[in-house]
Write a protein that binds this ligand. Structure first.
Ligand code: TZP
Ligand code: MG
Length: 213
């Protein structure tokens, strides 16, 4: 299961996430831009538009990615991932369960699962997922949440508990602190705001994130 996810990332640690509101670009435009500079796996995330609009926006983004050899993961919506034959889905604690998503999307789909504590991450290792995400690592304005930052120490404890399961760190990660996050045990960093805001030097920051080794 998990090999699809790590293979799709190739040598980069960066798992970029789209945000129409922060970037001012459509999902398809963001995907095009990210692929131009070397991204190979991108998550489409839409927290403002309703599902119908997200579906309409995700469709051209999936087509662009397919055309250009990149993979797309849909945030939250198993139905949209299935309808668009996307490469997978990223689920939160309150979305459809990974088990149900696996039954719907099949064994080849990439399924990721968000966790916010060591306990949740431990439970996730028993689920049919390709990666576990832990966050927020640092405080972030992107997601209003009751979950306190887990910090680098919390991340390191989750790393230990997860064994070989791919671990994605998310929340407040930037081109400045990526090194500390990878050193604490993240295989991959998922990033929203640092790649889109401010737009004027976003290219430099994404390249730094993509090329971190
Ligand atoms: N889950 C935990 S923190 C977060 C999500 C989706 C937001 C991450 O955004 P940013 O802008 O990279 O901190
Ligand atoms: Mg979610």
């Amino acid at each position: 299961m998990s090999s699809n996810f790590m293979q799709a990332l190739g040598s980069t640690h960066l798992y970029p996430i789209t945000d129409q509101h922060l970037s001012g670009l459509s999902h398809a435009e963001q995907v095009d831009f990210l692929i131009d500079i070397g991204a190979t796996l991108i998550q489409l995330r839409e927290k403002i538009d309703p599902p119908l609009r997200f579906f309409e926006q995700a469709e051209p983004a999936v087509l662009v990615a397919r055309d250009r050899g990149a993979k797309i993961i849909i945030n939250d919506r198993v139905d949209i991932a299935l309808a668009l034959k996307a490469d997978g889905v990223h689920l939160g604690q309150e979305d459809l369960s990974p088990d149900a998503a696996r039954r719907i999307l099949g064994s080849d789909a990439i399924i990721g699962f968000s966790t916010h504590s060591l306990e949740q991450a431990r439970l996730a290792t028993q689920m049919p997922v390709d990666y576990v995400a832990i966050g927020p690592i640092f405080s972030t304005a992107t997601k209003q949440s009751a979950n306190p930052p887990v910090g680098l120490d919390g991340l390191a404890r989750v790393r230990e508990a997860l064994g070989g399961m791919p671990l994605v760190a998310i929340g407040g990660i930037t081109s400045e602190n990526i090194g500390s996050v990878v050193k604490a045990g993240a295989d991959v960093v998922a990033v929203i705001s640092d790649i889109w805001v401010p737009a004027n030097d976003s290219l430099i920051r994404i390249k730094r994130l993509l090329n971190y080794s």
